[in-house]
Design a binder for this molecule. Structure first.
Ligand SMILES: [Zn+2]
Ligand SMILES: [Zn+2]
Length: 241
C-alpha cells in the first residue's frame, strides 16, 4: 500500500502545510484518512478528489475535519454521479456533518474491526479531550500493517496496538520533558512506543507549527533505538508500505 502525507501540521495550517490528512492507496482503492485544512488541494496533486472511494475520520477536532465541507461540494458539484462513504464514530454531536447530498455517514463503534475496501481497520480509543480513535490498518493482500495514533496522550496500550507494525504514524506534538500530557505525546514517548513495539518505521506527525522540528526528531531517534525515524519536513511525502 502507498501512504501519501497530505498534511501533518498540528492544530492549524502553517508554513504552506495543511493539518492532518493522509491518502492511503491499495491497488485501485483510495482511502482518505482525516480531512484537515488544505486536504482537498493537496489531494488534487495526486488524483482527482472524486476518485476517492472512502473517507475515515478519527475525531471531530477542526484540524481533522476542516475540509470536510468542500470535499462534499466536490461530490455534489463536480459531475455528481456517486456517493462517498465517510466513516466516523458517533460519540459526538458532530457526526451529522458527514451526511450530505452525495456523501453518506457510516458509523463505526470502535469495538470491533471493520472492512473498508482492501483494508481491515481496528480501533483503539485514545486519550484526548474529545472521543478519538487510533487506527490499525492491515492491507489484506499483503498483511502489511500501518498504525496511526490519531491525536492522543501517551497510552501503554499503544505498544501492543502497534506491535510489529511496518509503519507507526505518531502524534508528536511535544518535546521530551512534557511526558504525561493528556492531549498529545512527546518525541520521547513515541520513540519509546516504536522501540517496545518493534515497529519498522516511525513517522512523526501532528508537528507543532511554531517550534524547531530537528530537536523533536533527535529526541525521538534517541528513544527509538534501531527504529528508522522519519520526520515530515516536507509535504507530499510518499511511503510504500
Ligand atoms: Zn484533536
Ligand atoms: Zn489534531
Amino acid at each position: 500500500m502507498k501512504l501519501t502525507v497530505l498534511g501533518f501540521m498540528g492544530g492549524y495550517p502553517a508554513k504552506g502545510v495543511g493539518t492532518t490528512a493522509y491518502l492511503l492507496e491499495s491497488e485501485a482503492f483510495h482511502l482518505l484518512i482525516d480531512v484537515g485544512s488544505n486536504a482537498v488541494l493537496a489531494l488534487e496533486k495526486h488524483l482527482d478528489p472524486k476518485q476517492l472511494d472512502a473517507v475515515i475520520v478519527t475525531h471531530y477536532h477542526p484540524d481533522h475535519i476542516a475540509d470536510m465541507g468542500v470535499l462534499q461540494h466536490v461530490f455534489q458539484l463536480k459531475d455528481p454521479d456517486k456517493t462517498l462513504p465517510i466513516y466516523g464514530h458517533v460519540e459526538s454531536d458532530l457526526h451529522g456533518l458527514r451526511e450530505s447530498a452525495y456523501t453518506t455517514a457510516v458509523d463505526y463503534t470502535g469495538n470491533e474491526p471493520i472492512m473498508i475496501g482492501p483494508f481491515r481497520i481496528a480501533f483503539l480509543k485514545t486519550l484526548h479531550p474529545v472521543p478519538c480513535y487510533a487506527l490499525e490498518i492491515i492491507e489484506i493482500t499483503t498483511g502489511k500493517k500501518l498504525v496511526f495514533t490519531a491525536d492522543s496522550g501517551y497510552l501503554a496500550d499503544f505498544v501492543s496496538f502497534s506491535k510489529d507494525a511496518d509503519v507507526l504514524l505518531a502524534d508528536t506534538n511535544f518535546f521530551q520533558g512534557q511526558e504525561g500530557h493528556k492531549v498529545h505525546m512527546t518525541s520521547y514517548e513515541v520513540g519509546s512506543i516504536a522501540k517496545e513495539a518493534n515497529v519498522k518505521k516511525l513517522i512523526l506527525t501532528h508537528l507543532p507549527p511554531s517550534v524547531e522540528w530537528e530537536k523533536l526528531l533527535g529526541e525521538a531517534k534517541e528513544a527509538a533505538g534501531d527504529v528508522v525515524v522519519v520526520q515530515l519536513a516536507e509535504k507530499d511525502l510518499q511511503i510504500i508500505i
